[in-house]
Design a protein around this ligand. Structure first.
Ligand code: ADE
Length: 421
């Protein structure tokens, strides 16, 4: 039995195991990869520090890395997203060290990250770039042992590019987030569904007929706006990018500045990756009963410090995951999950079927890094197209879908320029 773990309660492990296996049954691409990894052992002896949301889907990813011969060590990439039963099962049933507890405080969160670094990784697998930043800031001796890393999310890739620009990034990192097999599906359909799920589980609100304000029209915002519309909400989009704003308008959504939307909305959700998207000037004009949620990576999108300052009263835990703030005009504003990402705090994150593609991309990227150790520049790299093609072909097959292929005549046509009007 392992000794280097820190989880809430090992007695939860049977429930965790059931949930891991349930998720696995909807992750056929990762399953197939695990079978190959089991035979070929492409990651033999590689230590992988994984800083990810500790969910049933993540469990199946780390099992795949382990099958490939790697030694994974898992810590949480967010203090509120850990599924404690899954963490317990990974330790007792799969012999994988985990240090993560749902609701852990800031100090414990970083203690766990430091434990993952002390483990001495050859590869880092991060979701949000907290692990990589800490490693670069405080552990210069350990950085030199790392052959490469993978990053799961938009926020993390933005931070990595900033590091690379300042020539601070010391090893190559694959931007898994930027792969089509990741963001077109996980960010759009995963965030779309799980954000609706999180808001509903936290509040039981009926979305039909409500004004839902979506801040940010990237893939996550697009996904959430579409699903909220499907539930009968009147969706308002706020944006700073003119092209995305046109897209939102042509997709049939109302588009306006947050200063206007704040007066109309019943439910607000931020999905921008930026800070203080909802702030004092907006709280001031919001309607009584407004629900405030964030589905971006960090808890900075809603200015909670300002909200705390403005409120004449705070009613904690009005309901699980809801804190209510009473404004000077008597209006009540309900903040969900302390502004942390709602889909993983109040719900279970993205469904397994979509994480199947994201995590197959992660696993194949670790194999790519291992095969190319010492050959890649210390910068942010794209996922190789062969990986994307393999994953999308297998996913289609698992969905029972076949598609057309080009005829020889069509291939010929596409390779010539003479034929025209
Ligand atoms: N990010 C979003 N949903 C997730 C999930 N189910 N597991 C791990 N990371 C996630």
């Amino acid at each position: 039995m392992l000794s280097n773990f820190h989880v809430k309660d090992l007695a939860l492990s049977q429930e965790g195991k059931r949930r891991i296996l349930w998720a696995d049954s909807d992750m056929p691409v990762l399953q197939q990869l695990r079978e190959r990894f089991q035979k070929e052992k492409p990651l033999e002896g590689i230590r992988i520090a994984c800083c990810l949301h500790v969910t049933a889907e993540t469990a199946n990813l780390v099992r795949t890395l382990q099958a490939g011969g790697a030694q994974p060590f898992l810590v949480a990439s967010n203090p509120l997203s850990t599924q404690d039963d899954v963490a317990a099962a990974l330790v007792t049933e799969f012999n994988i060290p985990v240090q993560a507890i749902k609701g852990e405080d800031h100090t414990t969160y970083f203690k766990h990250l430091r434990a993952a670094i002390d483990f001495g990784p050859n590869i880092t697998m991060d979701d949000g770039c907290d692990l990589v930043t800490l490693l670069h800031k405080d552990y210069p001796d350990k950085v030199s042992k790392v052959i490469g890393g993978c990053e799961e999310t938009t926020t993390g890739v933005i931070r990595l590019r900033a590091m690379a620009k300042e020539k601070m990034l010391k090893y190559p990192v694959i931007a898994v987030n930027d792969a089509k097999t990741k963001n077109l599906f996980d960010n759009r359909y995963g965030t779309g569904q799980s954000t609706v799920d999180g808001i509903i589980r936290a509040t039981d609100v009926l979305l039909a007929g409500k004004y839902v304000v979506v801040a940010g029209y990237g893939w996550c915002g697009r996904g959430f706006a579409t699903r909220a519309k499907g539930m009968g909400a009147n969706v308002i989009v706020t944006e700073v990018d003119p092209i995305k704003a046109i897209e939102a308008a042509m997709d049939g959504f109302m588009v306006m500045p947050m200063a206007e939307a704040a007066k109309i909305g019943n439910v607000f959700c931020t999905l921008t990756g930026n800070k203080h998207v909802l702030r004092a000037e907006h709280f001031e004009v919001m309607k009584d009963g407004a629900i405030l949620a964030n589905s971006g990576h960090f808890d900075i999108e809603i200015d909670i410090v300002a909200l705390e300052k403005m409120a004449i009263e705070k009613i904690p835990e009005t309901r699980r995951f809801v804190d209510t703030y009473v404004m000077p005009n008597g209006n009540k504003l309900h903040l969900l999950a302390k502004g942390r990402l709602i889909n993983l705090s109040a719900a279970e994150g993205h469904p397994a079927s979509v994480m199947d593609m994201s995590f197959a991309t992660q696993a194949l990227s670790t194999e790519f890094i291992t095969k190319n150790a010492g050959k890649l520049e210390p910068m942010v790299h794209e996922v190789p197209i062969e990986i994307e093609n393999w994953i999308s072909t297998l996913k289609l097959k698992s969905m029972g879908i076949t598609i057309d292929t080009l005829t020889p005549e069509q291939i010929e046509y596409l390779s010539t320029w003479q034929e025209g009007t």
